[in-house]
Design a protein around this ligand. Sequence first.
Ligand SMILES: [Mn+2]
Length: 348
Amino acid sequence: MDLYGIDSEAVRRLDALLESGVTVTVTAHTHPDGDALGSVSALVGYLRECRGKDAVAVLPDSPAATVRPIVPAGVPLLCFDTQPDACLARIAASDLVVLLDANGFSRTEGLQEAFEASPAPKVLIDHHIGPDTEHFQVVFSTPDVSSASELLYYTLLELPDIGGDPRRLPADTARALLTGMTTDTNNFANSVYPGTFRMAADLIAAGVDREAVLADLYNRYRENRVRVMGYLQYEAMRITPEGLAYIIATREIMDRFGVDEGETEGLVNIPLSIDRVKMSILLKENGGHFRVSIRSKKGWSARACATSHFHGGGHENASGGKLFWPGDIACREDASAYLEQVSKACLS
Ligand SMILES: [Mn+2]
C-alpha cells in the first residue's frame, strides 16, 4: 500500500517516536475545520487505544459548534482561547508533538511560540504546499491528496501494529478519518484522488457507517444557518463583469440572524455553480478584519489571489486569508471597491 510513496524510513522513525513518547500532544490549524478535527481526533484515538499513550488534542481555538461533534467523547481536548494556561502547561510537559492539517506552527497562531520552543521531537502530517520542515524531525507532506485525514490514514496503515489492515483501527479513529476526508472534499466534490475512493471503500468495509457520518455533518444544522445562507445569496452576493462572485457577511447580518461564523461553512462554494462565475470570495467580519475564503474553478487560481491580495494562501482552488482595516482598506465600507479591483487583477 504505497499509494503516496509514503517514505518507509519516515514511517520507521515515526513508529520509534510513537513508541518512546509517553505524553503526546496533537494539534492543527486555527479555526479548525472538519479535516483538522477529524485528523486530530483520529490520531489521538489511535495513540490512546492502540498505543496506550497519554495523547491529548491541543488547539489554538475552540471548534465552532457545527464541527465540535466531530471530536469523540474519548478524545481529551484543550483549547487555547478558553484554557490558555492548561494548553501551555501541556505543551511544556509533552515529549512528542504532532501537527496535522497545517504546513507549520505559524498556523497555530497563539500557540506558535510554545510549540517552536518545545524541545520535544515533532512530526508534521499535512497536505498544504510549502511545509516548514525546519521545526520537524519527521515530515509526511504532499499536496496530491484530498486531506490531512487521508494522508494520516495511509500513514497509519504503514505502522507495524496496523499492518495495512484498516479493521485494526479503533472504530472512532476510522470514523473520524472518513469524516475529515468527507469535509475537505466537500463530500467527494473536489480534491478527490484514486486513493480517496480507496480509503472510503476500505473504511466502509471496515465498518464505518457513512450514512451516519453524512447525517451528522449535513443534516443537523440550525434553521438560522439555512436562512442566513439564503439571505446572503439573495441580498449580499455581487458578481463582477470578470466573473468574481463575492459576499460580504457583516457583523450586522450575522447578529440579525443570530449565527456564528462556523454556520456559513460551505457558502463560498455555492456561487461557483453559476456558469459565468470563475471565482468566489466570502468575507466574514471578525473584529478589525475580514476573514477571507476563496474558491475557484479549474484554470483560475484561488491560491494566487489569496497570496497577492489577502495575506494568505492554501490550495490551488481553495484558499483563504485576511483583509484588514485600516490597512488594506481605509474602512470596512471600502471592501466592495477592493474586491472589484481584485476581480480585475485576478480574472482579466
Ligand atoms: Mn485539510
